[in-house]
Design a protein around this ligand. Structure first.
Ligand code: ADP
Length: 302
């Protein structure tokens, strides 16, 4: 069982001919409500990749909150422990997209910011009975820290996708079984620009020295660099026609967590994650772009 503790957001996407100037009103071409939040995206990835996935987090006591949990349930995700937050809105992003595909975003963390360490403590049994706990940084850092503490005490594996990287990341958050930044995040965390495999290796070694037992740096179409006590190795990407890499990293993290929980072989788990990331990159969208277990296996075994 894979438990994801993280953010749940609604993205309101408005397509327009140009962005509005202050004091003006424009008419949108279209409007879509797209489920997002790195936490929810990774839970969807894990469920599609074949896990019994459990979501922990908070939504607002509003229509979006119900819709967001409803959509997660449709994917087979256990949402019994998604908490409803009185007098608070759900996490929301208002995204304007122009014809050149540039975007302009206003974001409110809403209920995600109300997911407290006390909430995590109240969910202790769920965390302790998981095979893997998967975290990102779109909920309060002290809550992430508490989930890590509970999981570690129960010897439950913890994976941290350190996104978005905060201005100061407490070192306690690096004391995890696996950390999986992308190249930009790895650079923000270590100060090392990842422009070659050698530099990825140096950044990964630095994160390993700070306490992360295993490190995976995802490198887009190049694949993923895995580092642990046996040293580093590049696990190449699957070749695909990328049309939209949104949530490729989320697809990667969710699928990797599932394979690692089920089989325990991290090299193969990274390869499985690479297959899931390639499928997500080959299709439009975030959650709908993620592959099913059989699709991932077909690519993974190819
Ligand atoms: P993020 O979305 O967090 O920036 P990446 O872009 O590094 O993460 O993607 C995560 C993983 O997904 C990569 O390690 C790779 O395996 C796979 N992936 C991403 N983009 C592509 C691509 N264009 N072609 C093939 N695989 C890709």
């Amino acid at each position: 069982r894979v438990t994801v503790a993280g953010s749940i957001n609604m993205d309101l996407v408005l397509r327009c001919d140009h962005f509005p100037q202050p004091g003006t009103t424009i008419v949108a071409r279209s409007y879509d409500e797209i489920s997002g939040g790195k936490g929810a995206n990774q839970a969807v990835s894990a469920a599609k990749a074949g896990a019994q996935a459990t979501m922990l987090g908070r939504v607002g006591e509003d229509a979006f909150g119900e819709r967001l949990t409803g959509r997660l349930k449709e994917q087979g995700i256990d949402c019994r422990h998604v908490l409803s937050t009185p007098n608070c809105e759900s996490g929301l992003a208002m995204i304007m997209v122009d014809p050149a595909a540039q975007n302009s975003i206003i974001f409110i963390e809403g209920a995600n910011g109300r997911f407290t360490p006390e909430d995590a403590l109240g969910l202790r049994d769920v965390i302790e009975s998981s095979d893997v706990v998967l975290l990102q940084l779109e909920i309060p850092l002290e809550t992430v820290r508490e989930v890590i503490r509970i999981a570690k005490a129960a010897k439950v594996r913890v994976i941290l996708d350190p996104a978005p990287v905060p201005s100061a990341l407490p070192e306690a958050l690096l004391q995890v079984d696996l950390i999986c930044p992308n190249e930009h995040e790895a650079e923000q965390l270590t100060g090392i620009t990842i422009d070659s495999v050698d530099r990825a290796s140096a950044a990964a070694a630095s994160l390993h020295a700070k306490g992360a037992q295993h490190v995976v740096i995802t490198m887009g179409s190049r694949g993923s660099f895995l580092f642990d006590e046996n040293g580093g190795r590049m696990i190449p990407a699957f070749i695909t026609d990328a049309v939209d890499t949104t949530a490729a990293g989320d697809a990667f993290a969710g699928a990797l967590a599932v394979y690692w929980a089920q089989h325990g072989d991290l090299d193969q788990a990274v390869r499985f994650g690479n297959a899931a990331g390639a499928i997500a990159a080959s299709r439009m969208g975030a959650q709908p772009s993620m592959g099913t277990r059989s699709e991932i296996e077909a690519l993974w075994g190819s």
